[in-house]
Design a protein around this ligand. Structure first.
Ligand SMILES: [Zn+2]
Length: 220
């Protein structure tokens, strides 16, 4: 969905090749640390939950130079936080209330096919219901977005607004509200990744409490 066109040649990737790759992964990991798998098998203690796009070009661990066991990950099309999504809510609940992560990061990326599809007037099928939430984000910021003549630039700005809005959606969840109400240390953040440079940009919307929330969303 998110890769409209790609110049990256994947023709050498085969089903069998993935299993061969697994053997190589095991050999490399044991070479670096003979106890690598023993340690990981004993449990996980990741300090971060990542909510990112399903796009194959935005893998949480690689782009943050982290290892297995260090980031708890949830991915869907266009890194959405939708209040009735039991999958996302279950991951969030487990991360915040069991793993006690210190940070939740919504990470979008420029050139996101889901966001661009939402910005268009084309019909894609079932997914239109998912993307409809992004059209709502567009409506909230229509004045600024409509004033951007260049379509790519407009899409990039909508990617940023979509991350910011989903950070706010996270803050509104019963899970984050309860955590803050109970004095749990939890930061919520929004990032956008550039496919063309590999750089992560901070949207500077980090939130650690209810202070800037609209009153109606607050648990007191
Ligand atoms: Zn995407």
């Amino acid at each position: 969905m998110c890769a409209q066109t790609s110049i990256h040649d994947t023709s050498h990737i085969t089903y069998e090749g993935l299993l061969e790759g697994n053997k190589q992964f095991i050999a490399n990991a044991l070479d670096a640390d003979p106890d690598f798998f023993t340690k990981l098998a004993n449990g996980q203690n990741p300090p971060v939950l990542w909510i990112g796009c399903a796009d194959s070009r935005v893998p949480a661990n690689q782009i943050t130079n982290t290892a297995p066991g260090e980031i708890f990950v949830h991915r869907n099309i266009a890194n959405m936080v939708i209040h009735s999504d039991m999958n996302m809510l279950s991951v969030l609940d487990y991360a915040v209330n069991v793993l006690k992560v210190k940070h939740v990061i919504v990470t979008g990326h420029y050139g996101c096919g889901g966001v661009l599809a939402a910005m268009s007037n084309k019909q894609y099928g079932l997914i239109d219901n998912w993307l409809r939430h992004i059209k709502d984000v567009y409506r909230l910021h229509a004045d600024e977005l409509n004033a951007i003549a260049d379509e790519k630039e407009r899409g990039d700005r909508l990617v940023e607004f979509n991350v910011i809005e989903n950070v706010y959606n996270l803050c509104k969840t019963t899970i984050v509200q309860s955590a803050w109400k109970n004095g749990q240390e939890l930061g919520v953040h929004g990032w956008v990744y550039s496919l063309s440079t590999g750089k992560i940009g901070d949207m500077n919307v980090s939130t650690y409490n209810n202070e800037n929330m609209d009153n109606v969303f607050k648990f007191k």
